[in-house]
Write a protein that binds this ligand. Structure first.
Ligand SMILES: C[S@@+](CC[C@H](N)C(=O)[O-])C[C@H]1O[C@@H](n2cnc3c(N)ncnc32)[C@H](O)[C@@H]1O
Length: 306
């Protein structure tokens, strides 16, 4: 495994979901290398339990290693979309605190063999769970240009999606991250300011390959449904597509249901089921200096009230 992942907004996220010495059930739905989980374990009480979930095989191994030393940890390999089954399987309900720290871990991003980075050449894979779904190269080598352009436009908000997708189709078969990165920058008429030209395209393909946005929606629903009254869900998003989904979900749950006036309902039935407990919270300048990957992070916290 590569360099340790520096957990983003760690004290803020951990203290937003757990009181010191708290008992009950906790979920770290994005265990990664366990940065947030380790802090959470220092805060919660001896009777508490922590489900350490990740779909990545290396992260799961890391969670298993932690569980050998720490009996409160229950390691599981799984996807957000299956969280209800995972919780049922572990006998955990009435969750007091849950955390989703979205995106990639440094271990995933920095390992050229995983194919997430345009900075180092490696196989064009990009799957967080390498035992499920298609590697990016397989999809890019067979998808029609229009489908590739749609993905790059929708998930990368890339202006030159059409040109880039046509260049990809003309150059097939692609095998490496280096090939894709060079193709993208060669298709852009002007260099991108600030970021590497391939940033948006890599983000888009990764979101598509890992079904990140549908998984996020399913994870929010599954975790919220599992919360006890007073339980909290903290989410750290890293780009506007993710944050938009989190914001909308939090707004819907913290607003009274809208029903036509003529529907006879008691006021208790018209109450919101949650309240916004914190956020949007961004990292301090000092944190961004220490860890530039934190710069786009936004933390939001929802508390279940009914
Ligand atoms: C930013 S990292 C988490 C880092 C972690 N908080 C730490 O401090 O080490 C996000 C993790 O979430 C996992 N992940 C992302 N989407 C997932 C999903 N739909 N289901 C399960 N795990 C997911 C990734 O595999 C990755 O390990």
């Amino acid at each position: 495994m590569n360099a340790a992942h520096a957990p983003v907004l760690c004290p803020e996220a951990v203290s937003s979901i757990a009181l010191v010495g708290a008992g009950g059930n906790f979920v770290d739905a994005t265990f990664g290398q366990g940065g947030h989980s380790r802090q959470l374990l220092q805060r919660i009480g001896p009777q508490a339990r922590l489900l350490a979930l990740d779909r990545d095989a290396d992260s799961f191994q890391c969670a298993q290693a932690l569980a050998e030393r720490e009996s409160r940890v229950i390691p599981r390999r799984g996807w957000f979309g299956d969280i209800a089954e995972t919780l049922a399987d572990t006998g955990m309900n009435a969750v007091q605190g849950a955390l989703m720290d979205l995106g990639l871990s440094s271990a995933q991003l920095d390992d050229p063999e995983r194919g997430f980075s345009f900075r180092a050449d490696g196989p064009l894979d990009m799957r967080m769970d390498q035992d499920r779904g298609l590697p990016a190269a397989v999809w890019l080598n067979k998808a029609p240009a229009a489908e590739i352009a749609k993905v790059i436009r929708r998930y990368g908000e890339e202006r030159y999606a059409g040109r880039i997708s046509r260049a990809i189709c003309a150059a097939r078969p692609l095998a490496t991250t280096g090939q894709l990165a060079r193709l993208v920058t060669a298709s852009q008429p002007r260099p991108t300011r600030g970021k590497h030209g391939a940033t948006r395209v890599f983000q888009a393909v990764r979101i598509f390959i890992n079904e990140e946005l549908t998984q996020l929606q399913a994870g929010l629903e599954g975790l919220f449904n599992a919360l006890a009254i007073g339980g909290r869900l903290a989410v750290i998003a890293f780009h506007s597509l993710e944050d938009r989904i989190v914001k909308r979900f939090f707004r819907e749950r913290s607003s009274p249901p809208s029903v036509p006036k003529e529907v006879p309902l008691r006021s208790a039935e018209l109450k919101a089921v949650a309240r916004i407990a914190a956020g949007p919270l961004r990292p301090s300048e000092a944190e961004v200096q220490r860890n530039p990957r934190a710069r786009s992070a936004v933390l939001r916290v929802l508390e279940r009230t009914a």
